[in-house]
Design a protein around this ligand. Sequence first.
Ligand code: BG6
Length: 490
Amino acid sequence: MATRVIEVAPFDLVVFGATGDLAHRKLLPALYHRDADGQIPDDARIVGCSRRDMSDADYRAFATQALEEHVGDLERETLSRFLERLTYIAVDAAGERGWNELAASVEGREDVVRAFYLAVSPDFFGPICQRIGAHGLVTENARVVIEKPIGKDGASAKALNEAIGAVFREEQVFRIDHYLGKETVQNLMALRFANALFEPLWNAAHIDHVQITVAESIGVGGRAGYYDTAGAMRDMVQNHILQLLCLVAMEPPESMDADSVRDEKLKVLKALKPMDADSATRLTVRGQYRAGASAGGAVPGYLEELDDPGSHTETFVAVKAEIANWRWANVPFYLRTGKRLADRVSEIVVQFRPIPHSIFEAEAGEIASNRLVIRLQPDEGVRMQVMIKDPGPGGMRLRQVPLDMSFARAFNVRNPDAYERLIMDVIRGNQTLFMRRDEVDAAWTWVDPILEAWTTSREAPKGYTAGTWGPSAAIARIERDGRTWFEDLI
Ligand code: BG6
């Protein structure tokens, strides 16, 4: 199936951290794909910046290697056109080296979109923005892109946002949460708001509970240093999982306009029932993986990888969240995420309530409640569990079957990486899929007391064996409510 591609406006994309992991794995491959599809105009350039001394040719070699590794089948013509766009300047984020060269390289191009992508540690967000401002590089068409983590709590997020806000207006700030760029996450909006079917049922009267699972089979590996300062709550829940929750729970926005969507998400975040020390103990479970087996091989535990036997950082978290508003009163949202779990799977499960009365004999079998499963990855798709009559003679026997829509099978298109969509949205100036400052603040307002309760309790996270579904306490937590985690779908 052909996809429609609309060329974006000419741009200069200045990438700080251009030799880092994100640029290598995600940004360069995403830009190459958009170029291959004809979305990038001739007059678009990418300026790589980092501390390392490198020539343009060295940087092109770095990019070629990144593309060979992460794109695979490269077209010669596209590759040479893409490489032509790249230049490199050695710049000190927190010093003066390179800034004059950078200013000279964009001079005279005030009319094109100018995007600064800060693919660097958040410690450098402030210093880089300050220098961008001091060198007069902020044009009317300028934007800045930042990656999470935006702070480690509400106070540090505020400080970061203020440093950025001193140079860029909010309409120029693009806070990436790459989960919002995933195809199925956008599909959640299409499913909810382009169909009449779901909306009348999308509330506490018809929905029993919602589960959001983002399970990873990988461990922290080489990221242990960063990860130990974050943990699963800051790394996944404060951003990705709360954003998913918002898209499931928000009221229909007036339009797809950035502020309409973000206003509705903000209301959900503000309606999250706050936790105190007592509810944090009852409603959350922290875990940390121990040695076990993953993908058939033996793997070390988190503490061995980190080489610090005393760390209490959680690599798993399960939370029972509640949204205190009319639509969702008493509908629990069970959230969980973890590293080194049994499988890599992200899905949202909407469990409907049972039918009010059965007209069938007991022999017809049990009537399972309807369930909508939105699978984010792998094998993106949507599945609705419904009851039907078992086909054939033999009386009325009921059975549960899936109405199944696998996007890969249904549409023969390559599933674009989230960064492809998001980078193009930056150039277009469309902030719908980016977090507004008040959303980040509201998410921290809910997360901070939980983190605080964990720190005060000084209890160690519960151990779980790598390659399992997390600590048994997480299973016990949901089963206490007479419910269970879904692990066997799609
Ligand atoms: C990142 C986290 O934001 O998301 C990582 O920092 C995590 O720890 C990653 O592995 C998961 O992203 P995806 O797209 O692979 O689900």
